[in-house]
Write a protein that binds this ligand. Structure first.
Ligand SMILES: *C/C=C(C)/C=C/C=C(C)/C=C/C1=C(C)CCCC1(C)C
Length: 245
């Protein structure tokens, strides 16, 4: 009985050099804290910004739930939680596309633009999952397809319809849009690096990445913290700047 209790109650001890486990742990807390922050601040803004802040909170909240699970998954010795990583992304990345739509809505953004962004992000993630979780031998090919969808998103927000709407809106909306564009171009570019660290032939080995050894999950966890919380804070900032006037 005692052994059984020990087995059931045992919490795996985290090794001090378990950077993956550590970033899952810190990532989980950061996502929870960010969610509380966004949800609790929501009602201090003009009504038209509340949905945007709500979505910021939902993004970090959905991530927090996944991190809670992924942290334990990793700690229990199951390796990388590839499937749930992508479940998290397939829910949160489309919500980030919705954020673009919401802040550009007053400038005339259409549902069609929103669904185009969501569609491209879905293609990006499904092909990425296929390369990482199903057909690893052809990871480069799936990564390439994913990359094309990614660049299409970059194109739409930097130069396409979304950019034109942001320019016509001007002011704080344009400023926020431009920062979000940088998150997508620079912040999201972290993910292909993680993908290359996790699939064969690129950066997975010792010292492969400019002398460093990259662990896929560490790269993804850093990417998520920057992008999910950072993205939400840009929207929060926009709401602050626009509500006080
Ligand atoms: C909160 C989660 C976010 C913002 C996740 C974003 C993920 C990407 C931008 C992933 C992109 C990928 C490529 C561009 C090529 C290789 C495969 C992916 C899926 C890692």
């Amino acid at each position: 009985m005692e052994t059984l209790n020990n087995m059931l109650l045992a919490v795996p001890k985290m090794a001090t050099d378990d950077y993956v486990g550590f970033t899952f742990f810190v990532g989980c807390m950061a996502m929870m804290a960010a969610s509380a922050f966004f949800f609790l601040s929501m009602n201090s803004f003009d009504a038209k910004w509340r949905t945007s802040i709500l979505v910021s909170g939902l993004i970090t909240f959905i991530a927090a739930v996944h991190y809670y699970y992924m942290r334990d998954y990793w700690a229990s010795g199951n390796g990388s939680p590839v499937f749930f990583r992508y479940v998290d992304w397939i829910l949160t990345v489309p919500l980030m596309c919705v954020e673009f739509y919401l802040i550009l809505k007053a400038a005339g953004a259409t549902k069609k633009l929103m669904w185009t962004l969501i569609g491209a992000s879905t293609v990006m993630l499904v092909t990425g999952y296929w390369g990482e979780g199903v057909d690893r031998d052809n990871a480069w090919l799936w990564g390439l397809a994913s990359g094309l969808a990614y660049f299409y998103i970059v194109y739409l927000i930097w130069f396409g319809e979304a950019k034109a709407l942001a320019t016509s809106a001007g002011g704080e909306v344009l400023k926020a849009h431009n920062i979000l564009c940088k998150f997508v171009l620079i912040g999201w570019a972290i993910y292909p690096i993680g993908y290359m660290a996790g699939t064969g032939g690129w950066y997975g080995g010792e010292g492969d990445f400019f002398g460093m050894t990259l662990a896929m999950d560490v790269v993804y966890n850093i990417g998520d913290a920057i992008n999910k919380i950072g993205f939400g804070l840009v929207v929060y900032n926009l709401a602050v700047a626009s509500s006080s006037k």
